[in-house]
Design a protein around this ligand. Structure first.
Ligand code: NAD
Ligand code: TYD
Length: 351
């Protein structure tokens, strides 16, 4: 790895990865291509470990002329592809952007990599960051998702990610493009856009707003601290084999409702406001097609690369809540826009 292109590096996981990689490998030059949708923010890229080795490029992964130029001009040898539309609820209300970015955008990047690296795949890697949601929904007794679990996506978001995964693997089998894929579970940590469960609950609770629990709140996610995820991707880049897929999970699987209770308990301690924050919990209409349970089997990445998560939910959640409490200016910058108010209205007003 010498010249790295990170796509979606102004978003939640991408910006955490930029920080992580600059610390783990201080000599690499990182080029960060992000179109700055509602979910991307330059706030996420403030105070980087080494700004001189980070070049931000604003643009769309679906712009083939731009992507071709970037790969050639900066002699990119490694692509780490995070850019995506990433929120299930938004995919229900507006699926077109998911098809555009997640499927066609990934296709554009793959074509550009194939052309720029044609004839010399040595030392090159296209790493695709995907999700466990491609595997569908588990019953309480089903075994956890492994790398060989059949795909059964059930939302426009997961269907678009599944499609992109298939394209990435097709480029390996058909053209020999050196790819790797990680399918990870729900991430949480600093700088996550407050449309996702954990930051939404923290920021709503601090403002005394209702905490909307979809349905009975007995859905299960496998929570992965973002720094652990970054470490897994880094290991796959360095030691993972071309063409391979690795599942990455946190091993923490509470019911949503218990997770929100835990957030409230941490806030009662760190940010007391008179009444228990849990009083704000409100059951609202469920998400259509809501996947009931996700769980990840990390046997492969543990056995082959020695990875396992360092954070349990107790330590990760506390660090996360502390970060949002300590960074109110970040929250104001990313939620203060009209787009955010419009989103809350579109998704919650009629529930
Ligand atoms: P995010 O929504 O926080 O960030 C996405 C970033 O991509 C934003 O900065 C946005 O501006 C950028 N982007 C969107 N469309 C673009 C386009 N057409 N061109 C260029 N940039 C564009 O997402 P995230 O949570 O950081 O997720 C990153 C990746 O990880 C995604 O591929 C997502 O599917 C995957 N993933 C996320 C989670 C999770 O829990 N957050 C779990 C599993 C997999
Ligand atoms: P989310 O963070 O949107 O991630 P995903 O849908 O990709 O798993 O949601 C996590 C879980 O929390 C999911 O079961 C839906 C639920 N949820 C709520 O109960 N209320 C909310 O307001 C949100 C955003 C999510």
């Amino acid at each position: 790895m010498k010249n790295i292109l990170i796509t979606g590096g102004a978003g939640f996981i991408g910006s955490n990865f930029v920080r992580y990689l600059q610390t783990a490998e201080p000599d690499l030059h990182l080029y960060n291509l992000d179109s700055l949708t509602y979910a991307g923010s330059l706030e996420n890229l403030k105070d980087l470990p080494d700004p001189s080795l980070h070049t931000f490029l604003q643009g769309d992964i679906g712009d083939s002329a731009l992507v071709n130029r970037i790969l050639r001009e900066y002699e990119i040898d490694t692509i780490i592809h995070f850019a995506a539309e990433s929120h299930v609820d938004r995919s229900i209300l507006g699926p077109a952007a998911f098809v555009q970015t997640n499927i066609l955008g990934t296709f554009t990047l793959l074509e550009a990599a194939k052309n720029a690296w044609a004839g010399n795949y040595n030392g090159k890697r296209f790493h695709h960051v995907s999700t466990d949601e491609v595997f569908g929904s588990l019953s309480p007794t089903d075994p956890a998702f492994s790398e060989t679990t059949p795909y059964e996506p059930r939302s426009p978001y997961s269907a678009s990610k599944a499609s992109s995964d298939h394209l990435v693997r097709a480029y390996f089998h058909t053209y020999g493009l050196p790819i790797s894929v990680t399918n990870c579970s729900n991430n949480y940590g600093p700088r996550q856009f407050p449309e996702k469960l954990i930051p939404l609950m923290v920021l709503n609770a601090v403002q005394g707003k209702p905490l909307p629990i979809y349905g009975d709140g007995k859905q299960v996610r496998d929570w992965l601290y973002v720094e652990d995820h970054c470490e897994a991707i880094h290991l796959v880049l360095k030691q993972g084999k071309d063409g391979e897929t690795y599942n990455v999970g946190g091993g923490n699987q509470p019911y949503n409702i218990d997770l929100v209770q835990e957030i409230c308990a941490i806030l009662d301690e760190l940010h007391p406001q008179g009444k228990p924050h849990a009083n704000l919990m409100t059951h609202v209409q469920d998400r259509p097609g809501h996947d009931r349970r996700y769980a990840i089997d990390i046997t492969k990445i543990h056995a082959e690369l020695g990875w396992q998560p360092r954070h349990d939910i107790a330590s990760g959640l506390r660090a996360t809540v502390e970060w949002y409490l300590q960074n109110p200016q970040w929250a104001q910058a990313v939620t203060g826009k009209e787009e955010y108010a419009n989103w809350l209205n579109a998704n919650y007003a009629r529930r």
